[in-house]
Unconditional design. Structure first.
Length: 270
């Protein structure tokens, strides 16, 4: 004899409303009530309940608002980061390397005499490669080229132009300056201001949504922070010195740097 049982159930209903606002995201959590499970057909007994169906959620089980706030403060850069290289060519590897090393030493000594600390000079690349002549439909080795890259942090922005010019003169025609960028290292002041602005932005949004939901704004449950800086790149093309001809002091405009803080704040309902 076959026995067919048809089991029916009613699921717990949990209402969650999600609102998306311009400039940030907001999630508003609301809770609802659950219905009792229906009886099994032909038995008069309640159907077996799935996990979570027999315990209704409390009215405020998941209350709260999650918002994002943004704060941006513009500051003046206090540091320059210079990238330069020295390249020397010779008929053999040793001569190319020795020539490059001697010229780079002269450049570093010039930087030291301009009060650049050794800790602010970092070798960022070193290489030597063969050079070929491809004329006459054949490859002929003509010598070797050695290159060393140096990254320099210049903390005295007022004398940075003269420092760069003196270093270029010390390196002569072997010097190539490939980049110069600004940085804001002492950013505690702008950073604190941006944090305050970001949190106030988040709180204002949360208060607005709480009011629209007919609730009061409660305590802060969680705060997550993301900080970014956007320095203004400074392009340069410094000509190398020709013989004993001095290079004029390079004019440098520091521009500005934006410090941006984004926070995600979770508020409870009051």
């Amino acid at each position: 004899m076959e026995l067919n049982l048809n089991l029916t159930r009613r699921a717990v209903v949990l209402g969650v409303a999600t609102l998306v606002a311009v400039g940030g995201a907001v999630a508003v959590g609301l809770s609802g009530d659950s219905a009792a499970p229906a009886a099994s057909a032909g038995t008069g007994k309640p159907a077996p309940a799935l996990v979570g169906e027999t315990t209704p959620l409390a009215p405020d089980a998941f209350p709260g608002i999650t918002v994002q706030g943004v704060g941006k403060v513009t500051g003046t850069p206090d540091t320059l980061v210079l990238t330069l290289s020295i390249t020397k060519s010779a008929g053999d590897v040793s001569s190319a390397m020795n020539g490059m090393a001697g010229t780079m030493t002269a450049v570093q000594n010039s930087l030291k005499s301009s009060h650049v600390a050794e800790a602010d000079m970092k070798t960022s690349g070193l290489g030597v490669s063969p050079q070929y002549d491809y004329s006459s439909n054949k490859r002929t080795l003509t010598g070797y080229e050695a290159t060393e890259n140096l990254t320099v942090t210049l903390r005295d922005t007022k004398t940075a132009g003269a420092t760069i010019s003196a270093a270029a003169a010390a390196g002569g025609d072997a010097t190539q300056i490939s980049g110069l960028s600004t940085d804001l290292q002492n950013d505690s002041g702008p950073l604190n201001q941006a944090r305050d602005a970001a949190f106030n932005d988040a709180k204002a949004k949360a208060a607005q949504y709480a009011k629209s939901a007919g609730r009061s704004l409660g305590a802060v449950v969680r705060v997550e922070e993301n900080v970014s800086t956007q320095p203004s790149p400074t392009g340069m093309n410094v000509p190398a010195a020709a013989g004993d001809k001095a290079v004029a002091s390079v004019p440098i405009q520091m521009g500005s740097t934006d410090v941006t803080v984004q926070v995600t704040v979770v508020f409870s309902f009051g």
